[in-house]
Design a protein around this ligand. Structure first.
Ligand SMILES: O=C(O)CCC(=O)C(=O)O
Ligand SMILES: [Fe+2]
Length: 278
């Protein structure tokens, strides 16, 4: 893991664009370990939820609230990631973990995600301050236009929250506002190499295409929040979203003996329980 703190230029870029890419955030060895765990840890497949897009293509994701002593928990809790979130989030209370998910977009099967803002969902959990919430995507495999990488509308976080409605099984942003945004703002395909990390603001509009290629697209997305930003309708996350993260050293990911994902009571999401996915 890199141990370079974010520069003030990177912070400025995030504030301006609503996202920031940090290349080679993780080493090859760390990526290999994450990939192996994603395949080997039975808790991942046992807790996988299928999400269909409007054409019936299916993505798999496993979502948990409490970051534990498993390999993914150690990454989420690493000094490097938490300090970066601390530098990018508005406010000054402790950095907390809302939830993490392992996104599995299988070759030719993995579905699309409609244009949305993550805060379009989180607003329903009654969090009041979108500038104090963000998502961090860690690429476990390469992600490119062919296998359905994330797309963002640069600067769209400055629009504030856009109305969301149902689009198939997913919740999508108002097409009218997406169309208007695209008239003046640039759509960017966020191509990542395994080990690169993307930080993005809770109000940036983003989507992704189905994976029509023969390569998987796997990533972990961890969402961070500030302790003072209470989700008044967030019983699901059992207070994780306002509990300060127990930070671990960067080297924990490779050197600590990791638990299995389920051993720590990681508190997986069951599909029926989620306000946003319903
Ligand atoms: O992984 C993707 O393509 C998008 C997923 C996403 O935006 C989400 O789960 O909120
Ligand atoms: Fe999203």
């Amino acid at each position: 893991m890199t141990n370079q703190p974010l520069t003030s230029e990177q912070v400025r870029q995030y504030q301006q664009d609503g996202y920031l890419i940090v290349r080679n955030f993780l080493s090859q060895e760390e990526v290999d370990k994450l990939y192996r765990v994603a395949i080997d840890d039975s808790a991942v497949s046992k807790n996988a939820i299928n999400v269909n897009d409007s054409t019936g293509k299916r993505s798999k994701l496993s979502l948990w609230y409490k970051p534990g002593n498993d390999t993914y928990g150690l990454l989420t809790r690493s000094e490097q990631l938490v300090n970066a979130a601390d530098a990018l989030l508005d406010g000054d209370t402790a950095v907390c973990h809302f939830h993490s998910k392992l996104m599995q977009k299988e070759p030719r099967v993995g579905g699309a995600w409609e244009w949305h803002q993550d805060y379009g969902y989180w607003y329903k959990n009654e969090f009041l301050l979108p500038d104090q919430m963000m998502s961090v995507m860690v690429a476990i495999t390469d992600a490119n236009e062919e296998n359905g990488c994330l797309q963002v509308i640069r600067g769209s976080h400055k629009m504030g929250r856009v109305e969301h409605g149902f689009a198939g099984e997913q919740v999508g942003a108002s097409q009218r506002y997406v169309d208007l945004a695209l008239q003046t703002m640039e759509r960017v395909f966020v191509e990542l190499k395994a080990g690169d990390v993307l930080f993005f603001h809770s109000n940036i509009l983003h989507r992704s295409e189905a994976n029509l290629s023969d390569k998987p697209r796997w990533s972990m997305i961890s969402c961070y929040n500030r302790q003072a930003n209470i989700g008044y309708n967030d019983s699901a996350s059992s207070m994780s979203s306002i509990t300060p993260i127990e930070v671990v050293p960067n080297e924990a990911l490779l050197t600590w003996e990791a638990a299995g994902l389920a051993e720590e009571g990681a508190d997986f999401l069951a599909k029926e329980a989620d306000v946003a996915l319903k």
